[in-house]
Ligand binder design. Sequence first.
Ligand code: NAI
Length: 329
Amino acid sequence: PTPARNVTVTGAGGQIGYALLFRIASGQLLGPDVPITLRLLEIPQGLNAAEGAALELHDGAFPLLRSVEVTDDATRAFEGVNVALLVGSRPRGPGMERADLLEANGRIFGPQGRALNAGAADDVRVLVVGNPANTNALIAAAHAPDVPRERFTAMTRLDHNRGVAQLAAHLETPVSSVAGLTIWGNHSATQYPDVFHATVDGRPVNDLVDETWLTQTFIPRVANRGSEIIRVRGGSSVASAANAALDHVFDWVNGTGDAWTSAAVASDGSYGVPDGLVCSFPVRSVDGHWRIVQGLEIDSFSRARIDASVAELIDERDAVRTLGLVPQP
Ligand code: NAI
């Protein structure tokens, strides 16, 4: 029998947690044959919501779910963890300055990185969902020197899925016929959804869409879709974010084959992105590792947009360095 895997969800009492936990328990995170032990990490004021979710998980009688434990102790939560979904964070509130935002998250992701370093399983995989996701992943990785940095990733799969769906709808084609889309940069409005290598049923998307649609509609719509959801729904993206987190981890563990997707991973200098920045790239998952797709031609249109988003990531990195949340080089 397949051994059980330890999965930890932080912020498990929150909205994304509630949309995520039941699908994890049903086998959609790792696959239909993999038993799971779940640990739910919350802060004290979130414990009741997490405990309620744990009761309902019990009531789901999920065959794959071996146990559920709720805790506010990060050390306990990450002991032996194989997959850590870092959802709980301090998102930007009204009037909050960036330095305050980064500092509040440093106080969350620094200690969580240390706890992962101390107790995680050797094969741990970390996905940061909580915003600012890329820089939170950078902070956590900086506090986990014994964990290979490639294991710390941040989620741009929701942006990727949004792009695929927008393209498919525009071209009146099933989403399954779209390939080769990339989200570059930060999970923020500066992200660059790139269709220049994308195909629909093997035909270059470039031949199928005009530049006005691309620049006036597609790129801003994907990059600002989070605000659109808030405007229409009266609340942030929740179920689609949980769905993207499942896609990210499932592909990481089970592989992508030849197709590629988007994920924010530690840069190795590819495409001129400074080494170590947690930046969204085109990636394939091979043998359980994300590999940045190499050798794509980047024209000046794309280069300017990638550079702008990378500049924002550099700014965030420099700010957390100045705050002492990650070491100076
Ligand atoms: P939420 O506010 O409903 O839930 C967050 C939960 O995290 C709360 O229950 C809170 O008590 C908990 N929490 C806060 N600090 C914690 C800590 N130190 N340890 C453990 N738990 C902690 O928020 P929601 O809607 O679930 O969103 C969570 C995060 O995901 C937000 O930062 C949001 O901006 C981000 N997000 C990211 C997306 C992406 O594509 N990367 C997409 C959508 C949301």
